[in-house]
Design a protein around this ligand. Structure first.
Ligand SMILES: NC(=O)c1ccc[n+]([C@@H]2O[C@H](COP(=O)([O-])OP(=O)(O)OC[C@H]3O[C@@H](n4cnc5c(N)ncnc54)[C@H](OP(=O)(O)O)[C@@H]3O)[C@@H](O)[C@H]2O)c1
Length: 328
């Protein structure tokens, strides 16, 4: 498995990671046994980076990942996140906390659920605009000193906040949505800032939450708890427009003799050696297909063609129903 460096603090991970979120929430239901098989298959294939967060499934996702890793902890780089405060009694509500005492208690809770002594990569999931980021990062730095965390990261933090945090403690990774249809970070200075500071980029939702694979044909495909049901990108008024873009990806993938999912991931892998996509799946066949992206070579002409059929601002609809939670 090809390796990539995230940041300049010594963190090295497989070029593709595995996103575990959908195993517990947001994209329909799955069997725990199948999810665990998928994690084990990923480990067997040499995937080392596994991504979870305390808020996924109200802690269930960390428990699941911890269970799957029980006898294989040494093979994995476990990444988790804190920051979203949720109450199962009020599923529609979200709060964000970056208060130092909250950071400490969230970390202890994640360690307990994962059943491990140290988190390899600990992200602030979203910046708390009521707490100076220096205070939150300071608390994360103390966790490193205490041996509870090895490397720190940020998710969806603005360029300015990335710089402020990095001045307190070196940030190894910036995790952002990045894919053919989500390219904000290229335009809003986050990418340039990360590169300036030698911070690695972890690209989340690299398959456009499944859409770029061509497998989603209609908004009616989503069940009631599915995040995509309420996402502007998948809303009826945008769905058909976005599907036309996916048809172009499918046609190009056919010409290149690969799957659309592999083309979408190969495009990201080609953006730089500092980029690690973390496609999410709870199914072994999808995992195998996605890992095939590592073998897809894109020429400069291919990249130009993709840029022409899928320009940066081509997607219709916002990434989130409430964009106030991103780029804080
Ligand atoms: N930092 C953040 O704020 C943030 C936000 C979102 C996600 N994330 C992380 O990023 C990871 C990846 O993102 P994501 O899961 O949101 O989106 P994604 O990787 O773009 O897409 C996941 C969806 O695509 C489907 N899929 C995967 N491979 C496929 C294939 N080869 N063919 C057809 N369908 C396929 C999956 O189906 P199945 O579910 O049926 O397998 C799932 O519904 C997450 O797991 C999570 O760890 C972070």
């Amino acid at each position: 498995m090809k390796q990539r460096k995230l940041g300049s603090q010594g963190l090295v991970v497989s070029a593709l990671g595995l996103g575990c979120m959908g195993m517990s929430e947001f994209y329909g239901f799955g069997e725990e046994s199948e999810s665990i098989r998928t994690i084990h298959e990923a480990l067997d294939a040499g995937v080392t980076l596994f991504d979870t967060a305390d808020m996924y499934g109200y802690g269930d996702n960390e428990r699941l990942v911890g269970k799957a890793m029980r006898n294989r902890r040494g093979e994995a780089i476990l990444a988790t996140k804190f920051g979203f405060v949720r109450d199962p009694q009020r599923p529609g509500e979200r709060r964000i906390s970056g208060r130092p005492e909250y950071v400490r208690s969230a970390c202890d809770a994640s360690l307990r659920r994962l059943g491990i002594e140290c988190i390899d990569l600990y992200y602030q999931h979203r910046v708390d605009t009521d707490v100076p980021i220096e205070e939150t990062t300071g608390a994360m730095a103390e966790l490193v000193v205490a041996g509870k965390v090895r490397f720190i990261g940020l998710s969806e933090a603005s360029a300015q906040n990335v710089r402020r945090a990095h001045a307190v403690h070196p940030v190894s990774a910036l995790q952002n949505e990045w894919s053919l249809w989500s390219r904000d970070l290229e335009e809003n200075d986050q990418l340039a800032t990360a590169r300036d500071l030698d911070i690695g980029i972890v690209a989340y939702s690299p398959l456009g939450r499944g859409f770029l694979t061509g497998a989603i044909k209609s908004p009616a495909d989503f069940g009631s708890g599915d995040f995509r049901k309420n996402s502007p990108r998948f809303a009826a008024e945008n769905f058909e427009k976005n599907l036309r873009l996916v048809r172009e990806v499918e046609a190009m993938a056919k010409r290149l003799r690969c799957e659309p999912s592999q083309l979408a991931l190969a495009w990201l892998l080609t953006q730089g050696d500092d980029v690690v996509p973390i496609p999410g799946t709870k199914r072994v066949p999808y995992l195998r297909e996605n890992l095939g992206a590592l073998e897809v070579r894109l020429s400069a002409d291919d990249l130009q063609e993709l840029d022409a059929v899928f320009p940066p601002d081509a997607a219709s609809g916002a990434r989130y129903p409430d964009m106030s939670f991103v780029n804080r």
